[in-house]
Ligand binder design. Sequence first.
Ligand code: PA5
Length: 368
Amino acid sequence: MGAGISIDDIYSLVSPKAKLLDSSGMLIHALSMPKYLSESIVRYKEDVSKLTLPDPSTFDGVVISGMGGSFISGLFLQDLASDRSSKAIILNRDVRLPRFIDEKKLLVAVSYSGNTEETLRIYLEGLRRNIPVVAVTSGGELAAVSEKLGKPVIRLPPGIPPRAAFPHLTAAIAALTSSVLGLDLLGELRRAIDELAKREDSVLSDGLALSRLLFSDVQNNLTPLIYGYSPYLSPAYRFKTQINENSKIHAFFGELPEANHNEIMGWNGVLKSFTVVFVRGREEPKYMEARIEFLENLFDKNNIRFYNLHGNCETRACELLSLIMKADVASIALALLLGVDPTPVDTITQLKKFLDSKIGFSLHREIN
Ligand code: PA5
């Protein structure tokens, strides 16, 4: 990473104890994203070519279903492709599959662990409705049942926190959906990686600078509020979720322009202990620039702290990747500054155990 800067030097830029705190090297994962993405593009292109799938022209859209760390890559692909493909890109984060989803859609069921109840239920629903379904997973029930039924599976490498598997998940989903969407998504990602390589240093410096600003604000009891807009929703939403899981603090996400029609009234009231980050890209239209300018003026008047996070690339794919890397670095460095190990997500694990004991959903049992 970076011209001549070692990972030890990077940790010491964060804080003297940062390296010790980062138990599974989350910062290294984040900074290695282009390398993992590059390797995954080759791997999943080949893996997908070996699957037996219906002719892509028979589909009128794709449905990408997943939760948390297994959701974000779908949002990334929607940002990247939805205004350029005539086919629908539908995202699902529920246990229910809308009725209109039929056999003309390719259903991609994404669960890094392969044991997330919501995604297993969607997979089951897909099977019951005869919707062509592909599992993307590192194992669990999802892999076991798919293999037992002879259904297509893309296998992810095991042992990674799901949110750190972003490059693997993204390449796998892009490889599966490109031909349906009629776009060369893998080619775009490959070119974006080359473009990103020239901007490594700014990814690191922007991410670290933002972590320090947020650290100071969080110490003053301000809660991060991230604003984003299409086609840069995935980095904005990713930033919120990465602050939640890595830094273990509340953070919220607002979507523009919609937030200007309701949430904006909150700045008049008593509950405004927020620090705001606008996630912005080169394709920002004039109408969005004007809306953000209004908010910036409002924040200045109300002494609300705000920052702008820019991608600084030429292409949309590079902008999205660069913004995601900056957000990842900022959230991990924020965790380390707060004295928190970014990796464990104990409460999510406890919730899953609790649900298992209360509900005990089993895909194996359902298909028998
Ligand atoms: O980052 C995490 O651990 C979570 O957001 C998980 O991704 C989420 O709980 C879903 O689990 P999985 O990705 O294994 O389906």
